[in-house]
Design a protein around this ligand. Sequence first.
Ligand code: TXA
Ligand code: MG
Length: 305
Amino acid sequence: MSASDAEAVAVLSAGGLVILPTETVYGLAADAGDARAVAAIFEAKGRPRFNPLIAHVADAVQAGAVAVFDGRAQALAEAFWPGPLTIVAPVRDRTGVCDLARAGLDSVAVRVPGHARARALISAFGRPLVAPSANRSGRPSPTTFADAVEETGFAAGAALDGGACAVGVESTVVSVLDGRVTLLRPGSVTREELEAVVGPLDRGGEGHRSPGRLTLHYAPDAPVRIEAQTVRDGEILLGFGPGAGDPRWSLSPSGDLREAAANLFRRLREADRERPSGIAVSPIPAQGLGEAINDRLRRAAGFVG
Ligand code: TXA
Ligand code: MG
């Protein structure tokens, strides 16, 4: 059952964890400044402690108290917040987002979620909330209330139902450090959209500065086979576009990338429950939101790095 905001604030104030809806995926939230509560998140998820968390704030003013934003970080915040963009910048407040939440780094990841219920809770609580995706580490992120409760509800003192997540893949993560803007995790704010605001992204150490990118991720139990042209015996095909397999399992029968992103993790979970010999996925275009979808699929299929 869904808790009220007041119940969730009481749980957070007492050092407990809350299942939090966002527009991307459901999160497992705690007071960012409470090291014991943050430790409970790592414990519940089975998440390695070298992998830092995102601080969720209500607005750009609160973000400015947490992190040091240069002109380009500010431009990104203005263009995409509230919304599915996480900005990694030098940390300003080391106690408001504790060392454990940052995995000891001098930088901090910050975002203003697009989901009104998430912002309302952060405002009511009054301080930043860290919230990783509410899955146990290595599993697909939950995009419905029921899936979130199934994954980590055992560890939460309250759970807020915000409906199905509209975006369906985790936020885009960019770092704005030493004057360079680097894409650390593709998401629904696309590379093209970022470059329209800040110019060409730095291609140097791409993917190397986000510790969470080092681990196997998003994997259901069944083996996942990507860019499948045919279906093998006992496999379920997650199709994309007209005529690709059973429309009931399709990521998007019309070939729409937004729809495919919104369906991705839910379909992976549903397919997995059927205990198939494997999950095959049709080829997905590489551009735009396709970069994030292909990234998650490659990880689900076991290609790490
Ligand atoms: O959409 C989302 O971002 C969801 C919802 C709940 O907000 N949250 C989410 O959190 O996906 P999580 O913990 O699953 O992913 C956070 C990512 C990880 O890859 C982590 O390594 C990276 O952000 N990250 C966090 N702080 C960082 C930092 N200081 N430097 C580099 N990467 C960082
Ligand atoms: Mg995650």
